[in-house]
Design a protein around this ligand. Sequence first.
Ligand code: NAD
Length: 335
Amino acid sequence: MERLVIYDAGHLDCSELYQFGNKHFVVGERSEPLSARTADPTATMVAIFVSSRIDRAVLARMPKLRLIICLSTGTDHVDMPSCIAQGITVCNVPAYGEQTVAEYTMALMLALSRRLTEAAAQVQTGKLDHAQLVGRDLASQTLTIVGTGRIGRHVARLARAFGMTVLGVDPYPNEIAATEIGYEYVGLHDGLARGDIISLHAPGGRDNQHLINRQSLALLKPTALLINTARGDLIDTTALLHALHTRKLGGAALDVVEGEALLAGSVETEVLADGRVKQAILREIAEHDALLKLPNVIMTGHNAYNTVEAQGRIVAGGVENIKAFLAGQPLNTVR
Ligand code: NAD
């Protein structure tokens, strides 16, 4: 009998998954992310959000596991070589939210350019000072999009509608989209040097880890704004903090950040409960703290996907993936 366990249940409205699952197999749930501590050894299938980390220690505790459903596009939280070695199928939902994440990117761009969080904080404390809140129009600014895939291209469309000049950076340029939308491909160095705003939309993982580092940050205009709605590991946080503190960067809006699970407190609790506080974790906590203290930084804890419409599409995609897997024709498999 198949047994599906939904991890981090409550993060998304999974009622469609329960309705389908309860007709065909046993469904269990855990309110926490999947980890070595929360691994259910009876599960044959798991549905996980990006807060879960699948590594060898987790897989060792789940001997019956056959299917991992990622309720996300990104799969860099899953150790793919280990899954492949154990014959476990991994599926994702590749295209649920290009508009959703692109709209959020524009929201972050506007919030940072117009100093929205600072204005709101000033009003709340009754100390409104317009001289400190002077912003920049988006119109006529140059936006550099790093990663012109599904989301990046949609950001380009929205940015063009705002009257921005758009540059694209991608190892696989899509010249047809560039002509249709109206942007120009440039190399990474050129794009970083010319952008008033840099927005990251490339996948994370080993190949792109710290794509934005001390050297690449040095190429940016000192007034440039950096937006990351893609993956936290694209930016070296230590280098970012250095650039912000030395005023080599105008500001940053980070929906994702290295060690973002710590923002929800779950990993912190686990690590401290273990009695093993790792140096790297302490550094990430200190870096988050330092970022949160800066008025020109916005952090939103991986929230760009989070609309009613996108949640519906993610869960429907998860159900389709399970149906296809059980019918012997897996869909959206990650390799
Ligand atoms: P996609 O696969 O359609 O596009 C990614 C693009 O990045 C591709 O065109 C690829 O060629 C390009 N790329 C890869 N390495 C690059 C590099 N070094 N420099 C420049 N470009 C590079 O992916 P997508 O669906 O558009 O998703 C983009 C990102 O957004 C992913 O990291 C995904 O995990 C993330 N995402 C975040 C949220 C959120 O809630 N914050 C939600 C969905 C997706």
